[in-house]
Design a protein around this ligand. Sequence first.
Ligand code: ADP
Length: 321
Amino acid sequence: MIKTVGVLTSGGDAPGMNAAIRAVVRTGIAMDLRVMGIYQGYQGLINGEIKELTLRSVSDTLQRGGTFLQSARCKAFMTEKGVKSAIEVAKVFGMDAIVVIGGDGSFRGARELSRMGMTVVGIPGTIDNDIDCTDYTIGYDTAMNTAMEAIDKIRDTASSHQRCSIVEVMGRGAGHIALSVSIANGAEAVIVPEKEYSIDEDIVKPIFECRNRGKNHYIIILAEGVGKADEIASAIHQKTGIDARVSILGYIQRGGSPTARDRIEASRMGAHAVEILAKGCDSRIVALKDGMITDIPIEEALQMKKEISKSDLALTKVLSL
Ligand code: ADP
């Protein structure tokens, strides 16, 4: 029987994490559980930065970006000693289970906690949408919309000056944000880490083709995991004579008020995490599959690798003509 649940956010922050924490707290209290907020991820667990959260602790958080519990990357937790001391501290605060909101790194940490006897449930929170067991991760929608609005603005000025803009978007090793915004912004080309590219074939040739069809400005979306934005810009200038400028969108994509979709999915996922803990489930990741909230074993989730959508890659090519 679970009586006290801890909740933490770990790894890269993502808009909507607050909505997930709020749902964990309010669902937990509605089910007569105590909910403890663990500040600064696994680091805060080791350090005992923990306090009880009440219904009012999560008031006025739903619409805020970031995570009010704060997040951290914790090297000490990557060792057996670190995980053991985290479990000792969890026991001091009477925690029977911990909800971990984060990306796949955070889930590997949660698996270690589980292997040492702590009951855990993970909620996918990362703007990168790179977790295969779920169709959606908290923060992805907000990040896409932030990037899309910024790229619209970049296109205005690229158009006025008949330029090529190379826009680097976030996603770490994954190209999902890049591919999605390339459709949303009608990019002339997109380069993602999941697919090999050649500057001539995938960038210069499409620019020539677009120019021959009457276009006079170009947006190339580059995923962060590819890098080389400056190299690509100078190759474009050298081979086409078109002025090419680089914009790296960076951390603005991680901030901002979460969109409706992020708030809603995060709320559903937070509630589901507590409901399955109360039913006695352990070592699971909450997921959105085919529009339904479900959950799968952590071990299984960590073995899966998300592919990039080949049909969306093909779509960008057709739509950019
Ligand atoms: P994300 O959760 O966004 O993928 P990271 O990969 O940085 O972010 O992971 C967040 C934290 O999870 C790390 O700083 C570390 O404390 C913990 N973590 C990651 N991998 C492991 C592992 N193999 N064992 C234990 N803890 C881990």
